[in-house]
Design a protein around this ligand. Structure first.
Ligand code: 5HY
Length: 245
């Protein structure tokens, strides 16, 4: 089985971290193709970055889909471009945010999300409403750690994330934690041991879920919202994307 894992930002060190988490989670025999676009934001922090990351993301989705992968993972906790990717791709597409929230809801009555900056919170809250999981999320919290600070050796990021987890367990009634950034993937196991609760990491969750969809022969339904684009004269640098649908 081949899974295409796309980091929608352009930071290669983050893609490498994501690849390691994806390969550690994948079942034996699954090949992970981890990539990032050549154009777009170096990190995704809020609505503007999300929008600018989508064309590059879709380019990577289409390129892999043409090559015949069995599934796609969007490795940004905002699930940027998820619905558009499901329109244009033949193989199933899973976002790490949606995947992590669903798995957290299977192991806890209520969970809290700990993400990077406060400016990302509204988009994540909106996603949880779209996914039908808002009632299971006690709170979306921010550690105020910028995404790229997580790439800096020796940063205080982990300490600030742990402090926010402690507050979530004490104040929110959270019984599990979801790490709200692909750049936090390497912290999950140690934080779960430190706090004694499930800490759900989205890359691993999404890899296992998309493997399951592929193994069950389940692909995105193409008769409604995710039907291929209607024939029209697209123009500009991304017009070639639609010939794939
Ligand atoms: C992510 N940003 O997973 C999100 C998290 C965030 O570049 N990769 C990013 O801060 O919204």
């Amino acid at each position: 089985m081949r899974i295409n894992v796309v980091n929608p930002n352009t930071t290669a060190s983050m893609t490498a971290k994501i690849a390691a988490a994806a390969e550690a989670a994948a079942t034996p025999g699954t090949e992970i193709r981890a990539v990032q676009p050549t154009e777009g934001p170096p990190s995704i922090e809020g609505y503007f970055d999300e929008a600018l990351s989508v064309p590059g993301l879709l380019s990577e989705i289409v390129a892999a889909d043409r090559g015949g992968v069995d599934g796609h993972v969007i490795a940004c906790f905002d699930d940027t471009g998820l619905d558009a990717a499901r329109v244009i791709a033949r193989a199933p597409v899973v976002g790490i945010g949606e995947a992590a929230a669903h798995l957290a809801a299977l192991v806890a009555g209520r969970f809290s999300v700990v993400t990077t900056l406060s400016r990302s919170i509204p988009a994540l809250e909106h996603n949880l409403v779209r996914y039908g999981l808002a009632s299971r999320c006690a709170r979306v919290r921010a550690s105020e750690v910028p995404v790229l600070e997580l790439e800096e050796p020796g940063s205080a990021g982990r300490v600030r994330i742990a402090a926010e987890i402690a507050l979530a367990l004490r104040e929110d009634g959270a019984e599990a934690i979801v790490l709200g950034c692909a750049g936090m993937s390497h912290f999950a196991e140690e934080l779960s041991a430190e706090f004694g609760v499930p800490v759900v990491e989205g890359v691993a969750a999404a890899v296992r879920l998309v493997e399951s969809l592929a193994a069950l022969g389940l692909r995105t339904s193409k008769i409604g919202a995710y039907a291929p684009p209607r024939a029209k004269a697209y123009s500009g640098p991304f017009a070639g994307l639609v010939t794939h649908a």
